[in-house]
Ligand binder design. Sequence first.
Ligand code: ADP
Ligand code: GN1
Ligand code: MG
Length: 381
Amino acid sequence: MSSVPPFIGIEVATGIARKFAVEGKLTSAEDIETGHINSTWRVAFESEDGQRRRYILQRINGVVFKDPMAVMRNVDRVTRHINERVMRTKKDLSGQTLALYPGRDGKFWVVDESDGIWRCYNFIEGCRTYDVVETPTQAYEAARAFGAFQDLVSDLPPAELEETIPGFHDTRARFDRLVAVAEADPCGRAASVASELEFIREREAQVDRVVELIKEGEVPLRITHNDTKINNVMIDEESGEAVCVIDLDTVMPGSVLYDFGDLVRTSVSPAAEDEKDLSKIEVRMPVFKALVEGYLSSAKSFLNPVELANLAFSARLITLEVAIRFLTDYLEGDLYFKVQRDGHNLVRCRAQLKLLECLEAKAKSMEKVVKGQIEVDLGEP
Ligand code: ADP
Ligand code: GN1
Ligand code: MG
């Protein structure tokens, strides 16, 4: 079972693929199931000289992104900016950065029969994504890549990007909405999640911290990725190096804290985001240490002291925020995140709450790791 976006069959995907200005004959199309938002297809084309090239086709989720064209404008702006900057230093992109391929009509999108907006990217070859981090090196690489990404887009004027999801990381607004949805209880599910709601309410004071720091100007708005899940970075299968950050739909002004925090949320535990056996969820300190080292290796030059002081806290904050979002969606009848089975969003929420407990239990040692690394990197006592 999958709620949104609508089911897309292979005929639709192949029909769309042929509308992009890609050379050759379409030889295969496969659905990619990772990712909770868009419909993603890997397609291959073979040209007359026998060359096979692969591409990624994506239908933008129109429920999540109310203005898909704004998403396309942002992605176009961001990919062009990154490619120009990388070209300046490397002189060769080698297909290792994202680029949009136009449709046969010259536009960067193709519209399907149900008004869905599709785009086509180059497939990043020789790489893979991980849903669960296996080694501290992978964590280091992913964190280094997201820090480098923030650096790459740091000179993009914020006014040139649109807010594709308003209030995306407004944790206070996310909390208030959960309370309102639980109150309205549109699907009659609230009574069954009373303990989860209580657990979240007990942590209400935390939801304002970063929102307030941003309002006070202590934490600057920068161009950030805003969806730094571990499976949004391509890792080279041979070298193990992070090659390219993907899933650029939410690149917009935000706080680096949500970016770093979400990397921790999706990397520290050896269990999947939707693990049912909560005893498998834990915080692997070597992985956390690697995340801090990797992130600071590329981001330390631009982070301010308040951002640095909140890095460890950011993991707890985003874990709470994502738990709130999964629970809200469960209460609303699974309208936002793609689900594979009944109760999937509730399982995801419970896993986040267990992870939050583990992060709280390790808070002191996590703070210590961050402080220790700042001393090493910045030479601060
Ligand atoms: P969603 O917004 O649904 O998470 P993503 O853009 O993250 O969509 O894509 C889903 C998955 O598809 C990724 O986790 C990755 O495995 C794969 N993918 C996306 N873009 C590419 C690409 N350009 N090259 C190779 N794989 C990709
Ligand atoms: C979604 O698109 P994906 O699967 O990388 C979501 C994130 C959540 C995440 C939880 C646009 O990320 O915000 O943290 O699921 N993306 C959007 O797994 O809402
Ligand atoms: Mg994704």
